[in-house]
Design a binder for this molecule. Sequence first.
Ligand SMILES: C[S@@+](CC[C@H](N)C(=O)[O-])C[C@H]1O[C@@H](n2cnc3c(N)ncnc32)[C@H](O)[C@@H]1O
Length: 240
Amino acid sequence: MKVKYINRKLHHMAEDLTKKSYIFGRQKCKKLSARQQSLVENLLPKLLINPDKPFNEDELSPENQELWLEIGFGGGEHLSATAKANSHIQFIGCEPFLNGIAKLLVAIESEKLENIRIFDHDARKIINWLPDESLSRIYLLYPDPWPKKRHRKRRFVTSETLEMLARVLKPGADFIIASDIGDYIRTSLSAIEQSSDFVWSPQSKADWRTPPKEWPSTRYEQKAFREGRYPTYLKVKRAS
Ligand SMILES: C[S@@+](CC[C@H](N)C(=O)[O-])C[C@H]1O[C@@H](n2cnc3c(N)ncnc32)[C@H](O)[C@@H]1O
């Protein structure tokens, strides 16, 4: 099954390369534990979203609950804790890295979470698949910073992706970005300020220095703290 799964990922990647590939960097996996391997084989297929099928509201939000998306959930620390604290919300977690998905699956099983679905490829693909105004919140936490100038076009926040996000967010919905990389925040803010679809209106410095309430930290956030970098939290709203 592992080989089949990886083959499917390679197929996705090859398919994208013929169009436009947005996944860069590592996707190879360290060996999974026996429990992770079993969850990848048995639980993951039940939770995976297949964008080749049309969006089905009854399947993703059966009781018309709010739908929140986390892009690049890494090991799923924030996603699983937020889903546990908000059992009335339905979540889509998007992450192409198999080890991260396997960690999330362990949390889903341990915490008996029933409100998370997974997409295992480029977030842009699932965003394109979602209907207009279907999301009430999007999290983008510690996106890959791509610090080299020649790689900056690989960053997730661009005017192109903002347009895509604007289409799927409900008016007034939240788009929350966290990053410990000053230049990432600067280029994101510049794109946000140029977009008429989003509003960022902090009242004071505390607004971007403090995380939203009940904030589960992530592995990358902890790494930033250990290395003496302070995160910025941009709480942006979809314009009404
Ligand atoms: C620096 S890590 C941060 C992970 C996690 N959010 C955290 O804070 O610990 C960035 C993550 O984004 C994922 N990623 C990169 N490009 C992506 C894309 N186009 N769509 C979805 N996830 C992506 C990577 O696989 C990686 O796990």
